[in-house]
Write a protein that binds this ligand. Sequence first.
Ligand code: CTP
Length: 401
Amino acid sequence: MLHNKRILLGITGSIAAYKAALLARELQRRGAEVRVVMTPAATEFITPLTLATLTGHPVSSDFTENKDSGEWTNHVELGLWGDVFLIAPATAQTLSAFVAGSCDNFLQAVHLSSRCPVVVAPAMDLDMFSHPATQSNLNDLRSRKVGIIEPDNGPLASGLEGKGRMAEPAFIADWLDHWFTERAPLKGKKVILTAGPTHEPIDAVRFIGNHSTGKMGYALAVALVEAGAEVHLISGPVQLPPPPGVTSHVKVQTAEQMLDAAMMDFHSFDIAIATAAVADARPANQSKEKLHRDELPDAIQMESTPDILATWGSLRQPHQTIVGFALESDDGIASAMSKLNRKNLDFIVLNSMAHPGAGFGTDTNQITIFGKDGNSHKFDLKSKADVAQDIVAHLLKHLYP
Ligand code: CTP
């Protein structure tokens, strides 16, 4: 769940600040992008250079970047960047400043500017932590929906032993993972997805197929997993590794096999998305053996393959949402609209090969999404990963506003 998440890591002035380097590393290892803001006190415990080197982003601890030129750091921009603002370690002083809404340093200004949820991992001596003032501050923050990652019990820097040590970096990463999972917009939703081409055999070594690489479908599977869905991917023959986090990944060769897999438990799915470039026809007579040159027919008799998406559309139940794709060689709007109606879909995603950078094999795509309610939305040319995010965001906006 941390994959592609933007985590704004705030570090405040506690000895536990040294663990923030390990935490940044752990979050990145799990696929998150991390940017760091520090209080001036935190820079006494760990250098901004360490964090900047680890995260690959400059670290901000002051309003002014360059005192001579007057260049300043935009706390509003940083506050809006993150999916979460995680303060680890969070000192008693910072907790109190958050409760009061103080703006005495750059990190506190980012806190006031941020629109994303805030999570704190307190670190302090045991008496400071158990003090009624700190506990009251934590309760105030809790009532404002700030996430609190409880400190650990154990030896403290003071030599005392008790509750106050910042939670370990791996625990904080697990905590965030679970927290994102719980808040994921498609949590509890089951999605079935077809991707890639199909290969329809002529004989034991030859087939009829197309140039689909499956990149769009696989990118969509990743975006759906990131949105918290349980994703079941049915894929034709492609050269891609299974997308991380999918619940099942069934590999098939032919349209018939894809249909069988796509109908398995179909009514248990909330959303069904057909990105596959299914062959429309297959050789009527398929030889199990290799046909030698002198056995090859002059013409191949073809028959239609099953239309998986149309089958879904005809059997759908009211709770289900069906999404199709249309790859056209002209502008394709009329054809896409006809498929939307004919196959009984909620949405159709049109990508036209007439647009440079869109279609099979490319790493980019340019789409327009049409809804059965007559709505349409045209998106810019983007990477297939970003297109996938757009499709998921569009579905969320229309299905679960
Ligand atoms: N599709 C499918 N099964 C098929 C053919 C298509 O599930 N046998 C799905 C595709 O995955 C896509 C949508 O139907 O989501 C449209 O596919 P496309 O090939 O563009 O349309 P066709 O219905 O095959 O129409 P045509 O080839 O005439 O454009």
